[in-house]
Design a binder for this molecule. Structure first.
Ligand SMILES: N[C@@H](CCC(=O)N[C@@H](CS)C(=O)NCC(=O)O)C(=O)O
Length: 415
């Protein structure tokens, strides 16, 4: 009988930890590895069981667990005297030491150095450089530790190794090229030994090493039209007398938050938050779409077709999807006023990004135009009464349907 169920998104390297441990210990583990990031992990039911909203998670009657390391540890503990957890209290303590080293030091450094390059997080050069420095330091430490070791603790594989190798996957895949791999040769030898273990191979498949480190691609900006030279005012108004100096308290107080112009629009009966919830909790076709067309208010909102302007620059579909993620990160101020579904359509090295946005008001508000990469997207207002447009909107919201110009490889919902 299965000891419980693992839930994760497809290809989630953190979920590999539990899958590998279960195979080593010969315990049966149910799984659903088809979760959709940002959708399934945001439902009220999911959050009630797993309040952090993170992926992967594990459930069984009486136990809801978040965190890949805790899940792997728990599964390892389900076999009596599992060698994966060490043979003595000293070994177990060392295993914990390396689990914490991987999670508290190496993983945050990977997040700083790699995720912005992949478009998962906002790219901020100084913090990426800090991530590079931290990685160098911790990989150097690990390299020294592994100088004369095959495994981290004792002479056999433990959960510390399974955890470490899974945390290192994204690094060896996207950032550590041949030169870097040589510089940390002991870590590389260790990594190779582990990914070639038959059980690990069974879960992960043949590992493909990084050829060229992934680099951040800044969004393209269109040249701003030249501004006319400011004309001198015909007759300058007399300057008002200098205002009294602000008090220290006033100067220190944050400026009042500017109200969005959108808040001043006449009230709309279409409640965007209710729609977002309804969309997340129901089948898109027909339930959510019926709700949408019944409640949509064309006076208070407009619908926009959104296309990425430079499809010729797109390569791997997951990178195109990261581009959408980066755009959404920079649209944070628009969350209250917009809903969108953007898709990656096509295949690796032959894909486009397009989708639909529902936005408060009849113009594109500054909450959207201010996003650094707004200029990389073409926004075209559409006629929601046109049956062809309606079908397209449905297909883009459902990520499937006859009007999608190519098969949907991936996508992200803005809500
Ligand atoms: N320490 C956690 C990290 C989990 C984590 O950050 N997962 C990412 C996906 S790999 C996630 O759920 N991101 C969504 C979010 O942060 O809301 C673990 O190992 O399980």
């Amino acid at each position: 009988m299965a000891i419980g169920k693992l839930l994760a998104t497809p290809g989630n390297t953190r979920a590999f930890k539990a899958l590998i441990v279960a195979k080593y210990n010969g315990v049966e583990l149910d799984s659903n590895l088809t979760l959709q990031m940002g959708v399934d992990n945001k439902t009220p039911e999911y959050l009630a069981k797993f309040p952090t909203g993170k992926v992967p998670v594990f459930e069984k009657p009486g136990l809801n667990l978040t965190d890949s390391t805790a899940i792997a540890y728990y599964i390892a503990s389900q076999k009596a005297d599992s060698p994966l957890l060490g043979k003595t209290a000293e070994e177990t303590a060392q295993i914990l030491q390396y689990l914490f080293f991987a999670e508290a030091e190496i993983s945050p450094a990977i997040a700083l150095a790699l995720y912005p390059r992949l478009g998962f997080n906002t790219y901020f050069k100084p913090s990426v450089q800090q991530g590079d420095e931290l990685l160098k330091r911790f990989l150097g430490t690990l390299n020294n530790i592994l100088l004369d070791k095959t495994f981290l603790v004792g002479e056999r594989l433990t959960v510390a190794d399974i955890n470490m190798v899974c945390d290192l996957f994204p690094l060896y895949k996207f950032l550590l090229d041949k030169k870097y791999r040589k510089e940390i040769r002991n870590v590389t030898r260790y990594f190779k030994t582990l990914v070639n273990q038959p059980i690990i191979k069974e879960v992960v498949g043949e590992f493909v090493y990084c050829e060229t480190p992934v680099e951040y691609v800044p969004p393209k900006k269109e040249k701003a039209p030249k501004k006319e030279a400011a004309k001198p005012a015909a007759a300058e108004k007399p300057k008002p007398a200098a205002a009294p100096a602000a008090t220290a308290a006033e100067a220190a107080a944050p400026a009042p938050k500017p109200k969005s112009k959108l808040d001043l629009l006449p009230k709309s009966q279409f409640n965007l938050e209710d729609w977002k919830r309804f969309y997340s909790n129901n089948d898109t076709v027909p339930t959510a779409m019926d709700y949408f067309w019944k409640n949509f208010d064309p006076e208070g909102y407009a619908i926009w077709k959104v296309d990425y302007k430079y499809p010729e620059d797109l390569t791997l579909t997951f990178m195109s999807n990261n581009l959408i993620g980066g755009f959404y990160n920079r649209l944070g101020r628009a969350t209250k006023y917009a809903f969108g579904s953007m898709l990656v359509l096509g295949t690796n090295n032959d894909n486009i990004i397009s989708g639909y946005f529902v936005i408060r008001g009849q113009e594109i508000p500054e909450e959207v135009t201010d996003a650094a990469d707004f200029d990389s997207y073409q926004f075209t207002k559409v006629d929601h009464n046109d049956p062809k447009v309606r079908q397209e909107i449905q297909d883009y919201f459902a990520w499937d349907g006859p009007t999608l110009p190519r098969p949907c490889a991936d996508g992200k919902v803005f809500k």
